[in-house]
Design a protein around this ligand. Structure first.
Ligand SMILES: NC(=O)c1ccc[n+]([C@@H]2O[C@H](COP(=O)([O-])OP(=O)(O)OC[C@H]3O[C@@H](n4cnc5c(N)ncnc54)[C@H](OP(=O)(O)O)[C@@H]3O)[C@@H](O)[C@H]2O)c1
Length: 300
């Protein structure tokens, strides 16, 4: 069995690691906050005190971390993976939603060390991760992907190979901007309907059953109408903003435009000064209420 080092036992990482263990893979986990890694011990995980220690002797080193800063700390920081000597054939896998620039930088470090690298971001909320049903978007060498496919299959339902290194994250960033703009537009539309005196539950039903009813709209309209948001937090407003910023930057660098993406970042940005950045993305509707001088809705 391939030995796996996994960095990041956050909401998504926990679920992915549990599925790897369930599939029989030996997994050594590093998490900045050690307690979150330790809860995985009863399921068979080993806990390492640093990324470097986790990666020692691993066949596959993967991470699921917040953003570029978190990835940089774990891969390149002191006691990071590149301080260690993973097995000569180790394959490095970045699952985090990081920027396209970071993926290029990490791939260059891997190449310099003679290690194979795949960018493998995923789509799907934490409940989908728990069910082992994530969609994965891969960039990198096809033979390396073939080698790690049985490992990735432990927590995915589909794996789409987009091409060379960087193409997986390229798709994921564009995909996430599209998703985020739907949630931002929905919050604005629901708030507009409420402000106009319409019954918000009827509005949610109308959006969900009409041609507007994408999976994002169906899921979030329900939370927004009932003001009953996912608990614990599944995907924060702050993470939405991070993803949109990386996506907008990438689209613009590619020579395209992201007018709607920029607007979505602005809409979600209203959560931050209100101290709501760490709440679920669906709570954006409450930020809009407060920003327009209305009281937040009572939680049901
Ligand atoms: N949640 C979703 O619905 C979803 C879906 C698809 C993709 N994603 C992506 O998956 C990634 C993880 O998301 P998540 O929802 O699992 O977030 P999360 O629960 O907040 O976990 C974030 C992880 O990153 C670590 N981290 C943050 N800053 C760090 C730093 N400076 N140094 C070292 N470690 C650091 C955290 O460690 P601590 O425990 O010490 O804070 C934790 O392990 C993100 O890129 C996100 O965009 C999320």
């Amino acid at each position: 069995m391939q030995k796996i080092a996994f960095m990041g036992a956050g909401i998504m990482g926990q679920a992915m690691i549990r599925n790897l263990l369930k599939a029989g893979f030996p997994v050594t986990v590093f998490n900045r906050t050690a307690e979150k890694a330790r809860v995985l011990e009863p399921f068979g995980a080993k806990v390492a005190p640093s990324p470097r220690a986790a990666a020692e002797g691993a066949d596959i080193v993967m991470s699921m971390l917040t953003d570029d800063a978190a990835c940089r700390a774990c891969w390149l920081g002191s006691q990071g993976v590149f301080d260690s000597r993973p097995t000569a054939n180790a394959i490095l896998i970045e699952c985090s939603t990081a920027s396209h620039g970071w993926i290029g930088e990490l791939a260059a470090h891997a190449a310099k060390s003679g290690l194979r690298f795949l960018d493998c971001p995923v789509a799907g909320r934490p409940d989908v991760a728990v069910a082992g049903q994530l969609n994965m978007f891969v960039g990198g060498d096809a033979a390396a992907l073939q080698t790690v496919r049985p490992v990735l299959a432990a927590f995915t339902k589909s794996i789409v190979h987009f091409g060379p290194v960087g193409s997986g994250i390229a798709f994921k960033l564009i995909y996430n901007v599209l998703g985020a703009t739907q949630v931002a537009s929905l919050a604005e539309a629901m708030f507009a309907a409420e402000a106009a005196g319409l019954d918000i539950r009827a509005v949610a039903e109308g959006f969900s059953t009409g041609a507007t009813g994408s999976p994002h709209v169906v899921r979030h309209a329900k939370y927004m109408a009932l003001n009953r948001h996912e608990n614990p937090v599944q995907f924060s407003g702050r993470n939405r903003i991070k993803d949109i910023r990386y996506g907008v930057e990438f689209s613009e660098q590619a020579g395209a435009q992201s007018v709607i993406g920029r607007a979505a970042a602005e809409v979600f940005g209203q959560m931050i000064p209100l101290g709501m950045g760490d709440l679920n993305d669906s709570e954006l509707i409450d930020a809009l209420r407060v920003a327009h001088g209305r009281p937040p809705a009572a939680k049901t």
